[in-house]
Design a protein around this ligand. Structure first.
Ligand code: ADP
Ligand code: ADP
Ligand code: ZN
Length: 210
């Protein structure tokens, strides 16, 4: 089993690109953020433990995240590898991952801090299929209708507000960005300019993976 990691600050475009890469590579997308939000919604023990950290824009403790990933890799669709989106975010998480699967590519989507708040505060997604859009940068083709599934119901994340975003960005710089060197030393780290057209970024990522 070999896997890919999508790395970058909140709002870099990891989820947006993950959906496209899944289409080309067939690797299932694994978003720890999505898994945690599902756990919170379902009121599981994990969800109850994670919620206060997520609401505050802080990282959820490593033990909880590693447990989620250990369960996820047991699923039958993980046999050819996975594409991780928003995981690992700390060195202990990356060390745990290295004992579970071989990471062949870390794709770092780079976006300057000054652009993150506008990215996050304009984000919304389709309630039915999860497709992600933006008020200004990635609108639906027809206003109020999902391009992917035709649904007319959308939602916004409670933590996508300016205060929490700045907190999440701080956590990224303090706890997650040291992973860049860690992976760079292994020769598997690919930097992609994420402050461009969505299609151009996808082309560069697919090239880095080939
Ligand atoms: P992440 O998963 O890294 O948090 P998302 O993929 O959810 O990021 O993207 C954050 C927001 O920015 C979304 O509203 C998305 O539509 C928008 N977005 C994604 N890629 C770009 C891009 N290249 N340029 C402008 N906006 C983008
Ligand atoms: P974004 O990419 O927009 O920051 P995510 O959906 O990836 O958002 O994560 C939302 C929240 O879930 C984070 O602010 C954090 O509290 C928690 N979280 C997600 N993934 C991890 C992880 N790998 N380690 C620790 N906390 C995580
Ligand atoms: Zn949809």
């Amino acid at each position: 089993m070999t896997s890919i990691v999508l790395f970058g600050p909140p709002g870099a475009g990891k989820g947006t690109q993950a959906a496209r890469i899944t289409e080309s590579t067939g690797l299932p997308q694994v978003s720890t953020g999505d898994m945690l939000r599902a756990a919170v919604k379902n009121g599981t023990e994990t969800g109850i433990a994670a919620k206060e950290y997520m609401d505050a824009g802080k990282l959820v403790p490593d033990s909880i995240i590693i447990e989620l990933i250990r369960d996820r890799v047991q699923q039958p669709d993980a046999k050819n590898g996975l594409m991780f989106d928003g995981f690992p975010r700390t060195i202990p998480q990356a060390e745990a991952l290295s004992t579970i699967t071989e990471v062949t590519h870390v794709i770092a989507i780079e976006v300057p801090d000054g652009k993150i708040v506008e990215r996050i505060c304009g984000r919304f997604s389709c309630v039915s299929c999860g497709a992600v859009f933006h008020d200004i940068f990635n609108k639906t083709t027809v206003e109020g209708v999902c391009d992917q599934c035709g649904s007319t119901e959308f939602k916004r994340r409670a933590d996508d507000n300016e205060t929490t975003v700045l907190q999440r960005l701080g956590a990224y710089h303090e706890q997650t960005s040291p992973l860049a060197n860690w992976y760079d030393e292994q020769g598997i780290f690919h930097r992609i300019d994420g402050d461009r057209d969505i299609d151009k970024i996808t082309i560069d990522i697919l090239q880095a993976l080939s």
